[in-house]
Design a protein around this ligand. Sequence first.
Ligand SMILES: Cc1cc2nc3c(=O)[nH]c(=O)nc-3n(C[C@H](O)[C@H](O)[C@H](O)COP(=O)(O)O)c2cc1C
Length: 175
Amino acid sequence: MKFNELAKQRCSIRSYSNRMVSKKMINEVLDAGRLAPTACNIQPFQFVVVKEPENLAALAGSYPADWFAEAPVVIAICTTPRKAWVRKKHDDKNYADVDGAIAADHMTLAAAELGLGTCWIGAFNPKIVRNVLKLPRNVEPLVMLTLGHPNEKGRPKDRKSRDELVCYETWTNKA
Ligand SMILES: Cc1cc2nc3c(=O)[nH]c(=O)nc-3n(C[C@H](O)[C@H](O)[C@H](O)COP(=O)(O)O)c2cc1C
């Protein structure tokens, strides 16, 4: 599939069938995350795959939506900010979140290409996620992705126009 077709097709899926996702498909999705670019190629993240029903149930306590609890797989993208590249020369900006987000986005697109549905979850309770996944103190749960065979089409794309988003050469120049 052409890339922009895939980007158009991917949308957040918030209803899943109870069909399990094969290990092969999960590995393809994980590999897309693994292949993502990171600042200085540090790859300051780990992906925690949760499939066991009791662990999914415990994780559901971090984000109380029925559809989240029904997803057959959750992948938690967890970063280690102290390992990530920092823009030390200028302003100490830490790029862990950027690196983790690119990996997550690669995964959602790879999943869409396989006909699978995903949804980014950022509004979770990090304390609960930390406890359930037994994360070390220096590791941060950045985002969770639900993954499964979709049971809905998803909403049509609602995006700002190119004119609203783009300027040329300087911030105020729309021409
Ligand atoms: C960083 C991030 C966090 C998000 N967190 C949530 C969330 O907690 N719950 C949810 O239902 N959707 C969440 N979403 C999904 C967005 O609502 C969704 O991507 C957006 O509305 C655009 O819709 P689309 O994904 O169908 O194109 C999140 C998306 C991103 C990128």
